[in-house]
Design a protein around this ligand. Sequence first.
Ligand code: 13P
Length: 287
Amino acid sequence: MLVSAAEMLKKAKAGHYAVGQFNINNLEWTKAILQTAQELNSPVILGVSEGAGKYMGGYKTVVGMVNGMLEELGITVPVALHLDHGTYDHCYKCLAAGFSSIMFDGSHYPIEENVAKTTELVKAAHEKGVSIEAEVGAIGGEEDGVIGMGECADPEECKKIADLGVDFLAAGIGNIHGKYPANWKGLSFETLDAVQKRTGDMPLVLHGGTGIPADMIKKAISLGVAKINVNTECQLAFTAATRAYIEAGKDQQGKGYDPRKLLAPGFEAIKATVKEKMELFGSVGKA
Ligand code: 13P
């Protein structure tokens, strides 16, 4: 059964480790992540972007697939199904479809509007026992070939949003989605420290988990980060493994590829990436 991410992240913050959010794009990614979590006895969060939700056939399809796997693969570790960077409308869609966690990304609204919309969504989510993440300070990333540097959140704004009753908070600390550029200045631990001091026990979320050096990840966890999002790294691993398989010319003469064999190396590559991250984040054995 899917669970809210609130309890697992409270435990993670108190225990000084982080739970990984791994984004899913299809059945293979989902199965690879769930099986790895079970093998390592680790809690896990499956992230679904709006685009991935649409690609997979809609939010209800995703809920059906994940619930089916939990039952048929015998997954007993805590699993949350979480909307990643949700807009206001899609938060409601995921609540109706049966997600157990949502993120409302109101970071691009003026703070008053972010507060009003977040307040409303906290109520709607909690009425259903669903956890909710909010964001302050935009996370950078690549758009049209230009990499935008991540903003640093204002700790006072973080306090304001945290006090609305959200379960965990993503604060921008110079992190960005995708690969970090060569001139990246690193995470702002000064900002993270200030945010944690103002928000107390609130589990903090680090987006853009791909390519952050291990020592920075560990320091971020020591300063209150309890959830780390990873997407690009799984994508890179999946791509490399699939490319190697195709380049090895293992197609079946005249019949093309058996799709199950074609995707098997990528499946194993995602499992290896998830394992490495769970070990780094310290969530192994914490289910
Ligand atoms: P990366 O793609 O950089 O790993 O970031 C994932 C993320 O933060 C999803 O919200």
